[in-house]
Design a protein around this ligand. Sequence first.
Ligand code: SAH
Length: 256
Amino acid sequence: MRFDVVSLFPEMFAPLTDNGVNARARHKQIWNLHCWNPRSYTHDVHRTVDDRPYGGGPGMVMLAEPLDAAVDEAIAARQAQQLDCPVILMSPTGQRFDQPLAQSWAQTDGAIIICGRYEGIDQRFIDARVTHEVSLGDFVLSGGEIAALAMMDSIIRLLPGVLNDKQSAISDSFHEGLDGLLDSPHYTRPEIYKDQPIPDVLKSGNHKNIARWRREQSLRLTALRRPELIEQARAKGLLTPHDELFLLDLLASHTP
Ligand code: SAH
């Protein structure tokens, strides 16, 4: 997988390329990152990448031309490796990024990712070049870099060979391995920490009971915090009769 990031701040991507499981996976050539700085594609002495908005108003808008040139180069480099060239714009007005989207991008060659700055980007560049608009959530960042980092990290950790334990990605919150529910709590040593023991079942060695307990913890947490995810799992037929009984009991214990 290869990402081509178009950003005025390429140095912001070092945390992804140089740390932890992502760095190891990059050294194993599971994925790679190339940065393209629109400032390198300016022709004036000030290397201008933005200008004031037509119609007035606060802030500055990124110029289409340096972005266009950066995308052209990124496409040429990807095509030379026979890679697809989807162009993702990080934008609060885009489709909300989530785990199913991470899973579907993990099946691809990667993408060109545009990071906006200032008030945003000239709409004509977006209309002509962008194939997907993706938002990290309903809040506004000062640039697309942090959103792109988060998105790429969540995609990369799904690639085969990135995490040590194959099971760990599929047993995470929102993943289809967990039927889209929230993850259950985790405990490690010591067995008693500040007078708090771990749940007995986790010491039982009975894998069936442990799996059941984890499932019930997932159901409980999801029902309390994200009831819409329970509905989605139910609509897909992913809840067992045992799950439904557990949820009924849970509801009864919360109804006065
Ligand atoms: N005026 C814009 C916000 C611009 S913020 C608006 O109100 O919609 C500057 C840049 O930060 C954006 O171009 C985008 O690339 C990035 N950005 C900000 N919030 C984001 C979010 N929630 N998800 C993804 N990118 C975001």
